[in-house]
Design a protein around this ligand. Structure first.
Ligand SMILES: [Zn+2]
Length: 521
């Protein structure tokens, strides 16, 4: 049913009801979102980033003038947990030093990925009074009890337990055991407050000094910062059970009108070459390192190509494909703006722009089908540049593309100078363009060797230096850089070095010479 503006409202899959439903904000034109954030007690990887990237796009679309919502977006930081305490003890430092280090790195990565800052980014340890207060309320109503090692939530007291995840308490109890060091009444009961062991960080509570359990932090912070009920509670698919189930069990008994969140929205998980990324599988790569090898905006585009709820497999080939698609869109944009002569496609008439617009927004309204929306833009705009220009709607089409790409958070790519502009600066060398297309440090040795040979042939051709080894051609580019530096054009010299670095070719300046290495080669 169209909403009051006569528009079809955005529909999202609600884990709570197992249906795609229209989003109807509880407060007029204001959408309140809580997303479970990172526990930065170790380095984050790209899998952690996937759901944050999705909620960033959702938030951008909700605030886009088509929807016009005000959004309040809360993403917490779980800044105390068993692992940060253990790491701190092993390293002879404090838990918050461990957290700060990893979180600073993750935030820098989020900025590179163009993820907008949340409106509130609460650290759990800054909300201890609210957490303690909430545990007290649960105690009073008989949902919690204290033992010798902490305060526990009594799952049996909440009959709806398991409703979100579709799990049945009797089934959960099969095989469930109470660990030797835990003193609780029932295997399903979970900790709200853990008493501190000697030497552990702790805060005061009426039951004893200790620290909060993970689940109660989110219940207390969402209640404090958004108020319950709110509109959307989000997170990765792996948080549905037990984390989100437990949040509901803690929050809803204290509410007059549950549910705590109208919609529960969950993003699919990410695999790497078909497997979960983990240190134990030997395929772990910190997000910060991955972002040095790959264009962050290409990573965004890659995620958008897959439905947000689907499991996704990340491979080096898939990111190369996404980068090529991103570059194609940049080139189309420049042609539509009249910055370059049109060379791309020509089959589509003027109405294809209208078609693109309609299909694009219809797809997003349909449970954030970003892949369908991208498809519409690529087929009808990027694939039809010449036709659009000939029909006199080139700049209108460019405006649409800029608008669409800003919803996706990849618009900054459109302002990039294409490599070709750099070429003018280095005379007849085509090094940068060729390197961009042919080198990827993570390819297999055979593929790198092949790429190496192709690169050599291409550069040799253009420089009229056929047969010369790459080892001689890259120094030619280095020469150009040195020349620039001699002429005090340091900006250009650095630009050239950075451009090479982005492509896996590292220049190292020593006192007398510049050496270069091909990453992974
Ligand atoms: Zn949470």
């Amino acid at each position: 049913m169209p909403n009051s503006n006569g528009k079809m409202p955005l529909r999202l899959y609600n884990t709570r009801t197992h249906r795609v439903e229209p989003l109807t904000p509880l407060q007029p034109d204001h959408v309140r979102i809580y997303v479970c954030g990172l526990t930065p007690s170790a380095e984050g990887h790209l899998g952690h980033a996937r759901s944050f990237l999705f909620f960033d796009v959702l938030r951008r679309y909700l605030t886009h003038r088509r929807n016009g919502y005000r959004v309040t977006y809360v993403k917490n930081v779980t800044d105390i947990d068993d692992r940060s305490i253990a790491t701190a003890q092993a390293e002879g430092t404090t838990y918050d030093a461990v957290i700060s280090r990893h979180y600073a790195s993750f935030q820098a990565s989020m900025r590179k990925l163009g993820v907008l800052e949340p409106d509130h980014e609460p650290y759990a340890t800054a909300y201890i009074p609210q957490i303690v207060e909430m545990i007290g309320e649960l105690m009073e109503l008989g949902y919690a009890y204290a033992t010798q090692d902490g305060v526990y939530y009594r799952v049996a007291a909440f009959p709806r337990y398991g409703a979100l995840s579709g799990k049945n308490v009797d089934e959960l109890l099969v095989g469930a055991r109470i660990a030797e060091n835990e003193h609780k009444d029932d295997p399903l009961d979970f900790a709200l407050w853990k008493f501190a062991k000697p030497g552990e960080p702790h805060w005061d509570s009426p039951w004893g000094a200790g620290r909060p359990g993970w689940h109660i932090e989110c219940s207390a912070m969402s209640r404090t910062l958004l108020g319950v009920p709110f509109d959307i509670h989000g997170g990765g698919y792996d948080l549905i059970f037990p984390h989100h189930e437990n949040e509901i069990a803690q929050s809803e008994p204290l509410m007059t009108a549950p549910p705590m969140a109208e919609m529960w929205v969950h993003g699919g998980l990410l695999n790497f070459d078909g497997r979960k990324m983990s240190k134990s599988l030997g395929n772990f790569e910190p997000l910060s390192a991955l972002l040095q090898r790959h264009d962050p905006l290409a990573i965004r585009l890659l995620f958008l190509q897959t439905g947000y709820r689907k499991p996704m497999n990340f491979t080096e080939e898939s990111i190369a494909g996404a980068r090529a698609a991103l570059e194609k869109s940049v080139s189309a944009y420049r042609q539509l703006r009249g910055l370059e002569p049109a060379t791309m496609g020509g089959r589509y008439p003027k109405q294809s722009l209208e078609r693109a617009r309609t299909l694009f927004f219809e797809a997003l309204d349909d449970d954030m089908n970003t892949s369908g929306a991208l498809g519409a833009a690529f087929e009808h705009v990027i694939g039809g540049v010449r036709g659009l220009i000939e029909s006199g709607v080139g700049s209108e089409a460019a405006d649409f593309l800029a608008d669409a790409w800003s919803i996706f958070g990849i618009a900054p790519a459109l302002d990039r100078q294409p490599s070709a502009d750099m070429l003018v600066r280095i005379g007849d060398s085509v090094l940068l363009v060729e390197v961009k297309q042919y080198v990827d440090a993570r390819w297999s040795p055979e593929r790198q060797a092949e790429a190496h040979a192709n690169l050599q042939a291409k550069i040799g051709d253009r420089l009229g230096a056929n047969g010369q080894p790459l080892e001689a051609l890259i120094p030619a580019a280095i020469e150009k850089r040195l020349e620039a530096r001699k002429n005090k054009d340091f900006a250009f010299g650095d630009q050239l070095r950075d451009a090479l670095a982005a492509e896996g070719i590292t220049l190292r300046d020593s006192k007398d010479e510049t050496t270069w290495t091909l990453a992974g080669g």
